[in-house]
Design a protein around this ligand. Structure first.
Ligand code: B1M
Length: 214
């Protein structure tokens, strides 16, 4: 790993938001690959933060600080990862399901889907089912609804959300894709989603497949 990316990783783990933004810029200036800065410098850093939390070596507040630092880094990286979007492939509504406050992964998925050519309506975190349904009614040309869940305890919320959408008259007009660390293809099939992807890059490919554009 290059020294610049190592610096990004260490600053994300420490949660130094201001320094992370500068370190990401320095890594870009040094010619590091933006995808490597993201995956090795930031996503791996968050995995280490999660492992420290599991071992009771850090508190929730420290996870939050690391998450804020990663967001600052992603802001610097975004123009280098995502080319401008035309929105030509149609609208995607994306949300983290109710009771779940995790949004870093969902934001990366949004960014990649947008740069693949979709217009993304991001409803944020802890999103009630009714909000998603209302949003569809306001945007009846939506092609895909994407749902993220990061906790084993919100997998039932994901199931409930997909189930509710599966009972809507508009279901035949949309595809549903799901993802998040505890989600698997098997779970996605079980709850009646149309697609699952393990990461943001795969999510963009899946979205295109779901609308027949790949
Ligand atoms: Co929380 N958290 N957290 N957390 N957190 C995890 C998920 C955990 C694994 C940490 C651990 O214990 N090792 C654990 C869950 C354990 C479990 O479910 N069995 C956990 C816990 C327990 C909790 C709390 C319950 C802690 C507490 O309060 N006691 C609490 C729950 C709050 C709630 O949601 N109700 C909580 C809170 C938080 C913070 C708010 C402090 C913060 C989130 C801040 C934020 O997101 N703005 C936080 C963080 C940062 C984490 C970890 C450390 C990092 C998550 C992350 O951003 N990863 C996480 C540990 C870990 O993941 N190793 C952890 C990086 C991100 C790029 O990856 O989100 O997986 P990920 O997204 C990927 C893929 O999953 C996929 O693509 C993304 C990009 O490649 N993907 C999709 C995601 N969504 C997709 C949607 C798609 C397709 C693909 O289609 C639509």
């Amino acid at each position: 790993m290059s020294a610049e990316i190592e610096e990004v990783k260490s600053l994300v783990i420490k949660g130094s938001a201001k320094k992370v933004a500068k370190a990401v810029q320095a890594a870009l200036d040094a010619g590091c690959d933006p995808t490597e800065i993201l995956n090795v410098g930031m996503v791996e850093a968050m995995s280490e933060v999660g492992a420290l939390f599991s071992k009771n070596e850090i508190f929730v507040s420290e996870m939050l600080v690391a998450a804020r630092a990663m967001k600052k880094g992603v802001e610097v990286l975004k123009p280098h990862l995502a080319a401008g979007s035309t929105g030509a492939l149609g609208k995607v509504i994306i949300a983290t399901v109710k009771n779940d406050l995790h949004d870093i992964g969902k934001n990366l998925v949004s960014m990649m889907i947008e740069s693949a050519g979709f217009e993304v309506i991001d409803l944020g975190i802890d999103v009630p089912i009714a909000t998603i349904i209302d949003c569809y009614h306001q945007n009846p040309d939506t092609k895909i609804i994407g749902l993220s869940a990061l906790l084993t305890t919100t997998m039932p919320d994901l199931r409930e959300t997909v189930d509710a959408l599966n009972h809507e008259d508009f279901r035949r007009n949309i595809k549903i894709m799901v993802g998040g660390a505890p989600i698997t293809q098997e779970f996605a099939d079980e709850i009646g989603a149309d697609g699952y992807s393990a990461d943001a890059a795969e999510a963009a490919v899946l979205a295109k497949k779901l609308v027949g554009a790949a």
